[in-house]
Ligand binder design. Structure first.
Ligand code: ADP
Length: 401
């Protein structure tokens, strides 16, 4: 891949109250120049921190960030001083929801913004923020192309049995279906698997387990996502740090009748008060819970439910593919916690899963035992790098047109 001039791409990953960014030197394999985060947007004491790869230094500031737009001047100044002699070639964005039609990385155009506008209700905490940021960059840096990369895209071709929700059909026409998320992480993991494993591995039957604060799994067969644990929203599927995963739909009317719980309260409960935090009543963080599980039965139960549900889902996704060849652990928990990986895999020997304890403790790239039928891997994910790759590829493809 050739670029006409040395330059950088800026990667933006905006959440409801945060904005993560990373600057990469553009290339077929982009290299990181700096990365950072604005936190606590909308609050009086916003945090801004960034890490300079060249010097190894991390810089921190507390500042007022009334909204996401307030981050832009600070960010553009930082980029100007660090893009070096090269210019800013493009900005790549993580977009959480692409709805039924935005299923590939795409140049940001008025038509794309209009389509994204139609996705607003699919992810009301994220899409409006992302629209605002795309439009703001368009105003501040009108000559810099922007690329949108969608978290839902990886699952866009799941078979009908995996994406139809069993509710009245008319909702399907409105786009109410299972979408799945973490698609940028899954795309990165598949690219890594193709790079590090033998060629057959990536075309086999794979469960990708992205276990972080948000957690999901995907069943990938023949290189295609065939099912995933998250659904219409990222609250479904596995137990997460503060989200419950799959819930009985009858709970909504029960809580409404008995507690007078409003929809807003229900929304807050399933997005911020459930999962590991809800069960333990103390922490959403796996490290804290591991530290206290011997003395606090609630912490032990939270971890047990997390691992049990994860194990159950591996079985379900393997059934969807009629077998399993590779299991990949990723995300903060999946990459770093041998004990959680052991507990998730316990009892799955019947499926050919067996860990090698020494490899597992070392977070080795392959942690399964030599005799095991299923290869179990640990692959660190990197969603920002994937967006940088997709943005650079798009620049290259367009320059060939
Ligand atoms: P996010 O979804 O916000 O990107 P991460 O992928 O960073 O989250 O994952 C955060 C989770 O990873 C937390 O529950 C944290 O406790 C867990 N984690 C990180 N390091 C370890 C570790 N060494 N052992 C156990 N859990 C860990």
């Amino acid at each position: 891949m050739l670029f006409s001039s040395p330059g950088c791409v800026l990667i933006i990953n905006a959440g409801s109250s945060s904005l993560k960014f990373a600057l990469y030197r553009a290339a077929a394999e982009p290299t990181l120049v700096l990365a950072g985060k604005f936190d606590r947007v909308h609050l009086a004491d916003g945090h801004f921190s960034w890490h300079d790869v060249a010097t190894g230094q991390t810089h921190r500031r507390v500042l007022q960030l009334p909204d996401h737009a307030a981050c832009l001047p600070i960010l553009t100044e930082l980029v100007e001083t660090h893009a070096g002699s090269g210019e800013l070639l493009a900005i790549g964005h993580r977009v959480v929801h692409g709805g039924p039609r935005l299923v590939e990385p795409a140049r940001v155009t008025p038509a794309l913004l209009a389509e994204l506008e139609r996705c607003r209700n699919f992810a009301p905490l994220h899409v409006p923020v992302q629209l605002m940021i795309l439009e703001a960059f368009g105003r501040v840096l009108p000559r810099v192309p922007q690329v949108a990369c969608f978290d839902t895209a990886f699952h866009a071709h799941m078979p009908a049995v995996a994406h139809i929700l069993p509710i009245p059909r008319r909702f399907y026409e409105q786009g109410v279906r299972r979408y799945g998320f973490h698609g940028l992480s899954y795309t990165y993991l598949m690219e890594e698997l193709r790079r590090i494993a033998d060629p057959d591995a990536a075309s086999g039957r794979i469960v990708l387990a992205h276990l972080g604060n948000g957690a999901s799994m995907a069943a990938v067969s023949g290189g295609q996502s065939v099912d995933t644990t998250m659904g219409f929203t990222p609250a479904a599927g596995l137990v997460m740090s503060t989200r419950p995963g799959d819930l009985d739909p009858g709970l909504v009317s029960y809580l409404h009748d008995v507690e007078g719980m409003s929809f807003d309260e229900f929304h807050r409960m399933i997005n911020g008060q459930s999962g590991l935090l809800g069960i333990s009543e103390t922490s959403s963080d796996v490290r804290d819970l591991l530290l206290h599980e011997e003395t606090d039965p609630r912490a032990a139960e939270a971890l047990a439910v997390f691992c049990y549900q994860a194990r159950k889902w591996i079985g379900a996704l393997a059934a969807a593919m009629e077998g399993l060849d590779t299991l990949v652990f990723s995300g903060g928990i999946g990459e770093n916690s041998p004990v959680i990986r052991t507990r998730v895999c316990e009892g799955l020997e019947f499926m050919g899963i067996a860990l090698d304890p020494a490899r597992n403790v070392a977070n080795a790239p392959v942690i399964s035992a030599d005799h095991a039928r299923v290869t179990v891997r640990v692959i660190p994910t990197d969603e920002e790098k994937l967006i940088a790759r997709q943005t650079c590829r798009m620049l290259c493809d367009e320059s060939k047109l």
